[in-house]
Write a protein that binds this ligand. Structure first.
Ligand SMILES: Cc1ncc(COP(=O)(O)O)c(C=O)c1O
Length: 505
């Protein structure tokens, strides 16, 4: 079987459109993990993912009669773009059926490559059904995203390049897994030539169809599939890929969405390339493997398999990287409701650690709940130490670091309206962001007025932005503002802002 595939891979036709991508050393990551880490840069392909290889090789095998009728696929992702480009280069008509919910950016990208896009159905299955109807009607050839020997052979060309680019010993190659086309091609080639190299599949933990199939020794359809990494959101491993994977994949590692986000950042730091979550998946698995096995002083390869992400999505990815790295603890802490207690709390956290987020709203005359993010070292001991420190100082603490509700929603919703007797004034401040800046800010704000609202999030920008509510007794406002003028942070009074009046007053 391996020999059959190796021949197909060696004969695969991909370089009319695909590039031989570099295998770049990830210097920061290598240093951090005490191994040489290499990244295969499939994000540099003309369609920003490796998918062009399989799609083109499949099309190159079609007869002239098949080509004349055209090709079709149901896909909202990288396969659609790969196929559209392959078809354009060959001068073949391509039809792509996408679910109606497909983001416009992807529809446009496929249209820009000359393919006809049909939007049909609310989910992928309906799009696929429609594609099959069109095949019956028009005689198009279906080009599958992974479950096909020619597609697998095309993806396998990644392995030819990696082994040529890295003739020295390799301990393991980490491969992202969706339907299994890429890992099947790589495993077949590598295990035939260099069987000592481990092939390790990496899956999103909520889309781990290969892991389950290997455990049960048969293909299983997952009831639900997480879609955070849409490139690998597949419910069942492909039939043809599984024939190879069950014998030649050494291990499967699963990772969380936050771990993928952290790997997006790592790839950026080492290569200045921006990966999509599926593109960073295999690096996330590589990091976990080193952490779990203590492997040292070896060569490890992962694949940045794609870079097709919406720009707007990067904000969310960046937000979650600290959590994925386990560098941010999210805590709910109870503090007494009186002037100065907020500052005392910050002092306990100390200048050694950076506060990344602070959300607080006056609710009760005695006790306040704050939602706080604190930078910690990437080990759970450091987080436990911080929590212990706060508990010893008498603060009740609930650890929300792994709480999806808190991280996705409550951080934006915490708050509410002020009680009518609160005499609240609202000010918005800017201060230069540097370690200890928040504590300095609180020191300068003084203790004369009780804080009734506080919202701060460190965005890694040069300026920190804070919204503060102060309880100001009637007639005392000129004193507050004279004081604020003196401490000379830039500020704006927002008490009359309609957004405040409508939602928080
Ligand atoms: C960026 C990216 N990475 C990985 C994969 C997984 O590839 P496969 O389905 O061949 O396992 C895909 C599939 O579309 C992808 O788009």
């Amino acid at each position: 079987m391996l020999e059959h595939y190796v021949k197909k891979i060696l004969q695969a036709r991909v370089y009319d459109v695909a590039l031989e991508t570099p295998l770049s050393e990830a210097r920061f990551m290598s240093k951090r993990l005490n191994n040489q880490v290499w990244i295969k840069r499939e994000d540099l392909q003309p369609v920003y993912s490796f998918k062009i290889r399989g799609a083109y090789n499949k099309m190159a095998q079609l007869t002239e009669a098949e080509k004349a009728k055209g090709v079709i696929a149901a896909s909202a992702g990288n396969h659609a773009q790969g196929l559209a480009m392959a078809a354009k280069v060959m001068g073949v008509k391509a039809v792509i059926v996408m679910p109606r919910i497909t983001p416009d950016i992807k529809v446009q990208a496929v249209r820009a490559r000359g393919a006809r896009v049909i939007l049909k159905g609310d989910a992928f299955d309906e799009a696929l059904e429609h594609a099959l109807e069109l095949i019956k009607e028009h005689g198009y050839t279906y080009v599958p995203p992974y479950d096909d020997p020619d597609v697998i052979a095309g993806q396998g060309t990644v392995a030819i390049e990696m082994l040529r680019q890295h003739p020295d010993p390799i301990h393991a190659i980490f491969v992202p897994v969706g339907g299994g086309g890429l890992i099947a091609g790589i495993a077949a080639y590598v295990k035939y030539l260099r069987p000592e190299i481990k092939i390790i599949g990496v899956e999103a933990e909520d889309a781990a169809c290969l892991k389950v199939a290997l455990e049960k020794n048969k293909r299983v359809t997952l009831d639900q599939v997480g879609i955070f990494a849409e490139g690998v959101a597949v419910a069942q491993i492909g039939k043809e890929p599984f024939k190879i994977c069950k014998n030649y994949v050494d291990q499967v590692i699963t990772v969380t969405s936050d771990e993928m986000c952290a790997a997006v950042k790592d790839i950026f730091e080492d290569t200045r390339g921006v990966a999509e979550p599926s593109g960073a998946l295999s690096l996330a698995g590589l990091k976990k493997y080193v952490e779990q096995t203590g492997t040292k002083d070896t060569n490890l390869i992962c694949i940045n398999s794609g870079a097709n992400t919406n720009f707007e999505r990067l904000q969310h990815i960046a937000e979650r990287t600290e959590l994925g790295e386990k560098r941010e603890a999210i805590l709910a802490v109870g503090i007494p409701e009186h002037p100065g207690s907020f500052k005392n709390f910050c002092k306990i956290i100390g200048r050694r650690r950076m506060v990344t987020e602070f959300n607080y709203r006056y609710a009760d005359p005695k006790n306040a709940q704050i939602y706080v993010g604190v930078q910690v070292k990437p080990s759970s001991e450091d987080r436990s130490e911080l929590i212990q420190q706060l508990k010893e100082a008498g603060y009740p603490v609930v650890d929300l670091t792994d709480n999806e509700l808190a991280k996705l929603h409550i951080r934006h919703l915490g708050g509410g309206r002020t009680p009518s007797d609160c005499n609240e004034e609202i000010y918005r401040f800017e201060f230069p962001e540097r370690p200890g800046a928040l504590l300095n800010f609180l020191n300068n704000l003084g203790q004369d007025w009780n804080i009734s609202l506080f919202h701060y999030r460190n965005h890694g920008a040069a300026y920190g932005r804070v919204l503060v509510g102060l309880q100001v007794p009637n007639g005392d406002r000129p004193n507050v503002e004279a004081y604020l003028d003196k401490i000379s942070y830039r500020y704006w009074r927002e008490s009359d802002n309609p957004a405040y009046q409508l939602f928080l007053r």
